[in-house]
Design a binder for this molecule. Structure first.
Ligand code: PLP
Length: 384
């Protein structure tokens, strides 16, 4: 039965903005944004102390304290991925790139531009890497020095089996480089269990800072062996780290306000219980969202076993009245910003579960979806 949707006040964040149900930039807390209202000198002791605190604690997120060092990189997440790949992949090595989405493809492109040789293992966007095939490739191709994997491939929201990948890579004596951009801080990654040389992430995903700073957490002894390997001046992690060791300072202008906001975001991250706390809240968000969308008649791309609690991909309904732009605009008017799909194989859209959002926000979003379907005269659940 179709009821007429009642008009309600649009949902808003603490600062009166629409809620971002996206893979980032995300909705952040008011206190994180408020941290940015001051000016700091980039060589001033107060800022340097704060920056040091940010860098020092990050390896704890992956249980790498002592053995790993954080090397921050100005820019978006891709800057950190490019810095990691072009610093760690040696000129005469070869990198096995595991691809099941756009971010694996991007890594391949970065390596090719840098003139690094690549071997691809590609699976469809809804399929994790074939571990037996990875094992075989590593056994046969002795010139492979490094393996690159994406922890949560945000293209679909799929959770790749990073611990199993790490175990296989270690068994073959190869080195692992991880893009954990959309997973870091919410999905467990343990350097004691599954060894890796470096993991790239950013301030503005599950750590709920603002965009503009990325970082690579590097195994100290592996980073020490990368001198002279980088293909650019700006993205040279060895050099960036050397400057920190020598002066405690960035080589080039740091995004000061972003770092101060990140410091506040990390305080809130630890206060929420670190990875366990954040994973708990995002898992609740994802559960409410996915169950609710299915009840409304939408189909997820992934089965629950493959779904990370980060972002969910839904097939675009084939109903003749369903129009994605109208759907998007109507949700936006109700205070919820969603994301178009990025799949190559199917028409889809995505709804994110990360950022300063609660299960209550997800229930609000579901109500907005329900009202929008009514407005568009699309009855998906009834049509099944
Ligand atoms: C897994 C993954 N890698 C890399 C990136 C690139 O990050 P950015 O868009 O900040 O450059 C993203 C962005 O969503 C991502 O999800």
């Amino acid at each position: 039965m179709i009821a007429v949707a009642a008009l309600r006040r649009p949902a808003r964040s603490e600062t009166g903005d629409p809620l971002l149900l996206t893979p980032g930039p995300l909705t952040t807390s008011k206190s994180v944004k408020e941290a940015m209202v001051h000016d700091w000198g980039s060589r001033d002791a107060a800022f340097l102390a704060l920056n040091r605190q940010v860098m020092e604690r990050l390896p704890e997120v992956v249980h790498g304290e002592g053995r790993y060092v954080t090397v921050p990189m100005q820019g978006s997440g891709t800057f950190a991925v490019e810095a990691m790949l072009t610093t760690f992949a040696p000129k005469h090595g070869r990198v096995l790139v595991l691809v099941n989405g756009a971010y694996g493809q991007r890594a391949r492109r970065i390596l090719e531009i840098a003139g690094r040789r690549v071997v691809l293992h590609e699976t469809p966007e809804d399929t994790p890497p074939d571990l037996a095939a990875v094992d075989r490739i590593l056994a046969e191709a002795s010139e492979i020095t490094h393996v690159f994997a994406v922890h949560c491939e945000t293209t679909s929201g799929i959770l790749n089996p990073i611990d199993d990948i790490a175990a296989i890579v270690a068994r073959h004596g190869k080195r692992l480089l991880i893009d954990a951009m959309s997973a870091f801080g919410a999905l467990p990654l343990d350097a004691r269990e599954g060894p890796f040389d470096a993991v790239a992430a950013s301030a503005n995903k599950c750590l709920e800072g603002v965009p503009g700073l990325a970082f690579v957490i590097c195994l100290r002894e592996a980073l020490a062996g990368t001198e002279g390997q980088a293909t650019t001046l700006t993205l040279d992690l060895f050099d960036q780290n050397k400057a920190f060791e020598k002066t405690g300072q960035f080589r080039f202008t740091p995004p000061i306000h972003v770092i101060v906001a990140f410091h506040q975001a990390l305080e809130e991250f630890w206060a929420e219980g670190g990875v366990a706390g954040r994973r708990g809240r995002y898992s609740d968000n994802a559960r409410v969202l996915i169950d609710g969308m299915r009840a409304l008649g939408f189909r997820t791309l992934l089965t629950d076993a493959l779904q990370a609690p980060i972002i969910a991909t839904f097939h675009t309904p084939e109903h003749p009245n369903f129009d994605f732009q109208r759907f998007y605009d109507s949700l936006r008017a109700r205070g919820y910003v969603i994301y178009p799909g990025k799949l190559t194989v199917a028409d889809s859209f995505r709804i994110g579960c990360i950022g300063r959002l609660t299960a209550e926000d997800m229930r609000g979003a579901l109500e907005a979806v329900r009202e929008t379907l009514i407005d568009m005269d699309v009855d998906l659940a009834g049509a099944r």
